[in-house]
Design a protein around this ligand. Structure first.
Ligand code: ADP
Ligand code: MG
Length: 498
């Protein structure tokens, strides 16, 4: 199939035409070791540019800068309205450079330009939402019952230096989630982007500087998880770690954080159940079931990867879902007609294909999808959107996070059975329900042990709406007032008025 790729935004061409450096204390610097690594375009395996391979020494430098910016710098003491103003400026700059950011993101992680453009605009909105909070953080006055004449009140104070570690599946938006909320309340930040996708974080660093944030308030260290990431989580001068990524790494981060009892928040993996009742609006359910798993080629922590379909409509639904799935256009993210881009890496592709083998050996039936054979996709890490049927909830493909465009589908008989099955997982991030029965919708939504539930829609996000997981899907909630809780300490003050 011939494709016409849209041409790369000229500022993105310029940005990628030179090796990049990382941001420490307001300076663009090399790694102390001088080492660098390359970042690739997953659509064709070509090198885009190189970035410093930051390690322990660089993390030490960045944490020292963030420490001074917090302890001595103007940032936490700045008037809230002044902090808000800088954040609003940052959001405006993201909007002014949205096409460049979207193109850099598509180059680096492969997601289609329409998707990455949406991420750029969500990023700006997220910053504006949190900028609004800066001037609205209040404490309480508390009517205590102890003897005496006591005035008791609380203050919300920033925690300090936040070490922010993000994944490669939505790098731009994840970077902003890890910047906007902590900055709004006066924390300073060391951000470590994923090694596969460092570019948009570095471009955000330039915009942070252009907006006029004081030096050291935001530091960005590029590097690998086992080295730079581990050094950040173990650093005694880091007060809080916020991490988005796999459950396996989340467990290591919790352990590493114990060194100085860091506040740790985690947004981890998922194996979200999507439940289709026979009374659902059929076409809406079909579209939702497909988009819930295939969006961003399934590389989404809330992806609706376990599909439960009421037995009465199961056969028809699976047949229609297979037809629907065949029509997704897989290809380069710079082709406007692409709906599913490549997976992030060869490793991720092999992991996904391996799960297809595992599933079929376990007895699942592959209705549609699998490896790509088209010659124009040969250089990229593509997997076709895949539907596995005849799955049972105890199979590995129903219990383990695949993080690819693969849905594991199974029939169910009744509401009580499906609630039990949906909750039979170590994860608890998202969940979906399609029904026109309002009682069923609320009943199942309340019974699902997950942080997010969508009814007759899926994976909507909003900066005002708290996001996070139950069970092994995480600790804490990002966005909404919950993110203010997450990035502040409560101080309680007792005053004897006698
Ligand atoms: P994936 O395996 O899909 O790449 P990860 O959870 O490993 O997802 O990666 C998410 C982020 O965590 C990346 O920025 C990565 O560099 C970082 N990371 C990986 N291992 C560690 C670790 N041991 N300590 C801190 N950060 C890590
Ligand atoms: Mg890349």
């Amino acid at each position: 199939m011939s494709t016409t790729l849209i041409s790369l935004n000229s500022k993105a061409v310029k940005f990628t035409s030179t090796p990049k450096n990382m941001l420490i204390n307001g300076q663009w610097v090399e790694a102390a070791s001088g080492k660098r690594f390359e970042t690739m375009n997953p659509a064709n395996g070509e090198v885009i540019t190189s970035v410093p391979e930051g390690d322990k020494e660089d993390i030490n430098r960045a944490v020292a800068a963030a420490r001074i910016a917090f302890d001595e710098g103007p940032w936490p003491k700045m008037k809230p309205a002044e902090r808000a103003k800088l954040l609003f400026k940052f959001a405006d700059l993201i909007e002014e450079n949205a096409e460049e950011l979207s193109h850099l993101e598509t180059l680096d992680n492969g997601a289609p330009v329409n998707f990455t453009a949406g991420m750029a605009s969500s990023a700006a909105e997220n910053i504006r939402y949190h900028a609004g909070w800066a001037t609205k953080i209040t404490g309480e006055t508390i009517p205590v019952s102890v003897p005496g004449n006591i005035f008791n009140y609380t203050r919300r104070e920033p925690i300090g230096v936040c070490g922010q570690i993000i994944p490669w599946n939505a790098p731009l938006l994840m970077a902003v989630w890890k910047l906007a909320a902590p900055l709004s309340v006066g924390n300073t930040v060391v951000l470590k982007p994923a090694e596969n996708t460092p570019l948009t974080a570095l471009r955000l660093g330039e915009l942070i500087q252009e907006a006029g944030f004081p030096d050291g308030v935001v530091n960005i260290v590029t590097g690998f998880g086992q080295t730079a990431g581990a050094a950040l989580t173990a650093h005694p001068d880091v007060d809080k770690i916020a991490f988005t990524g796999s459950t396996a790494v989340g467990k290591q981060i919790m352990q590493a954080g114990a060194v100085n009892v860091k506040k740790v928040s985690l947004e981890l993996g998922g194996k979200s159940a999507h439940i289709i009742f026979a009374d659902a609006d059929y076409d809406v359910a079909l579209r939702n079931a497909a988009n819930a798993i295939f969006m961003n080629s399934g590389q989404v922590c809330v992806a609706g990867s376990r599909l439960f379909v009421e037995k009465k409509i199961y056969d028809r639904f699976m047949s229609d879902l297979s037809e629907y799935t065949k029509n997704y256009r897989v290809g380069d993210g710079f082709d406007r007609s692409t709906v599913l881009g490549p997976l992030i890496s060869e490793k991720q592709k092999n992991r996904v294909l391996n799960y297809l083998d595992i599933g079929q050996r376990e007895g699942a039936e592959l209705l549609v999808g699998g490896n790509t054979t088209a010659s124009d996709l040969a250089k990229g890490h593509y997997v076709k959107p895949t539907v596995l049927a005849n799955v049972t909830n105890d199979m590995r493909i129903a219990q383990e996070e695949i993080f690819g465009p693969v849905v594991s589908a199974m029939p169910f008989d009744d509401i009580d059975e499906v609630i039990k099955l949906a909750n039979k997982t170590d994860y608890g991030l998202g969940g979906g329900i399609c029904t026109t029965d309002v009682r069923k919708a609320h009943k199942v939504a309340h019974a699902m042990k997950t942080g997010n539930v969508w009814v007759n829609t899926y994976s909507l996000l909003d900066p005002a709406s708290p996001f996070g997981g139950y069970k092994q899907s995480g600790i804490g909630r990002e966005n909404g007032s919950a993110s203010i809780d997450m990035y502040t300490e409560i101080k309680n003050v007792w005053i004897n008025l006698d």
